[in-house]
Design a protein around this ligand. Structure first.
Ligand code: 5GP
Length: 186
């Protein structure tokens, strides 16, 4: 699951995760970004130092990683493999460059890529500004990045419009369900 910063990936994801029939496991990423109020270490992210992140890169512990507005974000590889082996559908909520790396490693029925888009750029700006605890400079950077990210939507198998949280979540759930069914009947 990917999409520009501020599109509402986190909110839609929480809704999707509620559906236990999808057998999903949410992959908690590692980041060097400072913890925001309300976030918990190990729930939203594993908050680590730059040095620790670099060690994880050096030791090949990350399935993918990317730099995003001055911070690094990555997916712990072992956990993904462990949960896949246990039969879970592992759910990654990551930015576009990371997705490109993941798409190189899995293909066909092993993966489904979904790109969430906002109703408009104006709406996206409102959301980024609305939730932000960050400086104007970082907000501007996130907005510029979002514009560029939107251009990459055609790299994805599915594009979902986040016009309304519940509706978008329903659409994503049915995409996952149909992928699960096509895997079973393969
Ligand atoms: P935020 O700082 O708003 O939590 O996240 C910034 C961006 O990083 C979002 O687009 C989010 O989806 C992305 N992100 C979160 N975790 C990962 C990860 O493990 N890998 C990559 N490539 N991007 C991530």
């Amino acid at each position: 699951m990917s999409g520009p910063s501020g599109v509402g990936k986190g909110t839609v994801t929480k809704e999707v995760m509620k559906d236990k029939s999808l057998n999903l496991f949410y992959s908690v990423s590692m980041t060097t970004r400072p913890q925001r109020p309300g976030e918990e270490n190990g729930r939203e992210y594993y908050f680590v130092s730059k040095e620790e992140f670099q060690r994880n890169i050096d030791n090949n512990n990350l399935l993918e990683w990317a730099e995003f507005v001055g911070n690094r974000y990555g997916t712990p590889k072992d956990k993904v493999e462990e949960m896949r082996d246990k039969g879970f559908n592992v759910y990654l909520e990551i930015e576009v460059n990371g997705t490109t790396q993941v798409l190189k490693q899995y293909s066909g029925n092993d993966i489904v890529s979904i790109f969430l888009i906002p109703p408009s750029l104006e709406e996206l700006e409102k959301r980024i500004r609305g939730r932000s605890t960050e400086s104007e400079e970082v907000i501007k950077e996130r907005l510029e990045k979002a514009r560029r990210e939107l251009g990459l939507k055609f790299n994805y198998e599915y594009i979902v419009l986040n016009d309304e949280i519940e509706r978008a979540a329903e659409e994503i759930k049915s995409i996952i369900r149909s992928k699960m069914n096509s895997t079973i009947t393969k």
